[in-house]
Design a protein around this ligand. Sequence first.
Ligand code: SF4
Length: 137
Amino acid sequence: MPLGQIYACIPLVSACAPDCGLCCGIVPFSESEVVAAEKASGKKPTIKGTDCCFLTAEKSCEIYDVRPLICRLFGAVDELHLRCPRGVCGAEFPLTREQAGDLVRKQQELGEIIAFPTISELENYVEKMASEMEVPE
Ligand code: SF4
């Protein structure tokens, strides 16, 4: 199944709140998603603090039309970690966690590897976020 068809399986999410960008952190891009993002914006994804490098100062997505799979799944899956943090946007008929996992597997079956951030950069980021979220005793 081509990537476009995988994207097409994701239900539409109602409009995000203006000036939000709360769910736009460091997200994984596959190789072809890096190429699409670079074509659309003229730049490769880079790590810039804890925000996505494609999040503009006005909190909109610079590459919305070619945003990667994970960004499309956000708000479209009935799973705690993929729900809108403000409870504002969502899909009328969200995917289940299993259906979303199936789409991620289908993307991997295309032979696409995660090109950005590297796996170790992603692990470090997740570790850092987890430690920042720890409640001090
Ligand atoms: S690519 Fe766009 S939608 Fe995805 S995290 Fe970055 S700014 Fe947000």
